[in-house]
Design a protein around this ligand. Structure first.
Ligand code: GDP
Length: 482
């Protein structure tokens, strides 16, 4: 007899060793079930503690999610402004995530917000607006993670910036962090975790403030950063994080694969491109070219750098410049190169090179680029769909070359569990002659970490405080897990 429940019909490896919950409607999010066919079997397994924590979270989200009784009750309190301290354990607390910056930044900060919600028993609701519509599937079963359109504070979101009076940093600065468990707390606090945040905002990452924050029913955060490494520096979360992630290098890998499933529309783009151009190659090489400043990074030098890296590290074969004899047909192996970039030129020159000249190894090299949008666009979900499809396609590579500083590349390397070859930032005068170097871990870099020690409140080297966090290889002021 056939059981119709997903739990028995979907093999465990398709659900990433239990990371993903069964019980979703398959048709509504095909990528959840098909992605296992496109990825190599992962040697990395999530801890059983992480799995059980996620299942508990899913129950909490279902109980507290949009339009549930608890949610409606919490909105009444939100509109009343202040909350009495007598919170009961059955009540729901929320973390609202607001979008900012490019899609790579957003994916990393959503993953960070989710981990903070997981650690503090909050429910994560995300504001995706129109430009993120139809990009991701809902990650939690039988509920929604989208902030409802009629959420009462929506009109205030535009005012959430450094100066907002009910910003956490401003509350701390005014000395309004009332530690007494009896005192009333605001019904919501805005937590500013953008790269421009100041000393007082950074104190969010201090244990002594978490007890106060814990009593606030609604936290609303804006962040363009992967702030997870800072959570690993907080003693109050240490034990829990160790149990959740015995392997510190796989934090985004698991959270990213758990949270971010391409919508059917994006999955269509990904699979059509993959099947048409990449599937049959013996090896797939992803090259992510992010040019932050076209003036200091002229085309020719970036092109030389990419080729220099690929040849030096033997990721691609050189070509035979003199002898134009066609290579032999027997035992030919093939490599498919996937280039992603806003610009078409890198793709064109590499493709032409391998079409004009034979390779010295006889390998067949084909070069592809899914789109060239020319400019980063804000407010357009079709543009964002292309970006998401390309990050995902890069993550299906066997070998990855990325650009320094780019969150777009971090997402690909994390999802794919690929230690990338990182191109040096060309405008940096200290750049050595080498074109690229190997990343130390697959984790994304937290570009603007807190720089103060919580107790002494003095500036410290945050890259030297705890064993698993050090400065990023591509951005020295950043920190990352390894
Ligand atoms: P970062 O700025 O490199 O850290 O990455 P983000 O993803 O946060 O922001 C860059 C944005 O520019 C992307 O989200 C896209 O909108 C666009 N973009 C940059 N590079 C590419 C690319 O290779 N392909 C596509 N489709 N879009 C890109």
């Amino acid at each position: 007899e056939k059981d119709s429940s997903e739990a028995t019909t979907i093999p465990n490896d398709k659900l990433f060793g239990g990371l993903l919950a069964p019980g979703f409607d398959k048709e509504s999010c095909v990528s959840r079930y098909q992605s296992g066919l496109y990825r190599k079997a992962s040697p990395h397994k999530p801890s059983s503690y992480l799995i059980s924590k996620l299942r508990n979270y899913e129950n909490l989200h279902k109980r507290c999610g949009p339009y549930t009784e608890s949610y409606n009750k919490s909105l009444v309190e939100l509109q009343a402004g202040y909350k009495k301290s007598s919170s009961t354990s059955t009540e729901c607390k929320y973390l609202v995530w607001l979008p900012h910056s490019g899609l790579g930044n957003r994916i990393l900060s959503m993953a960070s917000a989710f981990l903070y919600a997981l650690l503090t028993n909050r429910v994560l609701l995300v504001e995706h607006e129109l430009d993120m519509a139809d990009i991701f599937c809902d990650p939690f079963p039988n509920t929604s993670w989208l902030l409802p359109i009629d959420f009462p504070l929506k009109n205030d979101f535009n005012g959430f910036n450094m100066r907002y009076p009910e910003k956490f940093g401003n509350i701390v600065r005014r000395n309004d962090v009332n530690v007494s468990p009896e005192s009333p707390v605001p019904a919501f606090i805005y937590v500013h975790l953008e790269h421009d945040y100041n000393y007082h905002d950074m104190l969010f990452f201090c244990d002594q403030n978490q007890a106060f924050l814990d009593r606030v029913p609604w936290l609303i955060t804006l962040s363009d950063n992967y702030f997870i490494p800072a959570l690993f520096m907080m003693p109050s979360f240490e034990q829990e994080l160790n149990k959740l992630f015995p392997d510190k290098e796989k934090v985004f890998h698991f959270l990213g694969r758990y949270l971010f499933h391409p919508s059917n529309q994006v999955w269509g783009k990904i699979t059509r491109f993959y099947n048409a151009f990449l599937a049959k190659a013996d090896e797939k090489i992803g090259i992510q070219v992010r040019v932050f400043d076209a003036k200091t990074s002229p085309f020719q030098s970036i092109k030389d750098q990419i080729l220099g890296c690929a040849l030096r590290e033997k990721l691609l074969p050189d070509t035979d410049k003199q002898n134009a004899t066609p290579s032999k047909l027997e035992n030919q192996t093939s490599k498919a190169v996937l280039i992603t970039s806003l610009y078409p030129e890198y793709y064109e020159s590499l493709r032409n090179m391998y079409l004009e000249e034979s390779t010295v190894t006889g390998e067949v090299i084909s070069v592809y680029q899914p789109s060239h949008e020319v400019k980063q666009v804000f407010g357009n979900n079709v543009h964002n769909m292309k970006a998401w499809a390309e990050m995902y396609l890069l993550s299906l590579s066997d070998v990855l070359i990325t650009s320094s500083w780019s969150t777009f590349g971090y997402v690909a390397q994390g999802l794919g569990a690929l230690k990338p070859w990182i191109l040096y930032k060309p405008e940096d005068p200290k750049t050595p002659d080498l074109p690229c170097f190997k990343g130390v871990s697959i984790e994304p870099c937290f570009h603007s970490p807190p720089v103060y020690e919580c107790k002494a409140k003095i500036k410290v080297d945050t890259g030297a405080l705890v064993p698993h966090v050090k400065h990023c290889e591509d951005r020295i002021q950043g920190i990352k897990l390894f």
